[in-house]
Design a protein around this ligand. Sequence first.
Ligand code: ZN
Length: 166
Amino acid sequence: MDTIDELLTNNRTFAEPLADRHLDVEPSRQLAIVTCMDSRLDVFAALGLGDGEAHVLRNAGGVVSDDVIRSLAISQRRLGTREVMLIHHTDCGMEKITDEGFRVELEEATGIAPEFPIESFKSVDESVRESLDRVRRSPFIPHRDAVRGFVYDVDTHRLREVEADD
Ligand SMILES: [Zn+2]
């Protein structure tokens, strides 16, 4: 059985004892979280969040890309969120590549130069500050007074706040 078939079985087991319910599409905590796709960070468990409470946007590195700005604009302008929590983490895969190296790798493998930025980084704190800055500078995001950035330690499970540049 491949992994997805196994997960489909897991879903039937998960859903079976649960009563039907309908939660509002607007997150009850009025919060959006931007974080990395890293498999070691269970966002809901680590923050004590439940279903229906927050938007969680994930990509490689948890960087504030154009698509994250798009999602935050929808999150705040249509779905009622007001706070933004950015969470990068220790031992990130994006620290282990370089923009130029990965760009060349993609181009050599495919003959096509990618149009998207790679967004690797050397310093996780610097990357959090860059992401904070992108959110705070975006005119598409109306609520920018409650944006905070953190580094999650994948070994200790603890969050550390990163102060923004002023
Ligand atoms: Zn990562």
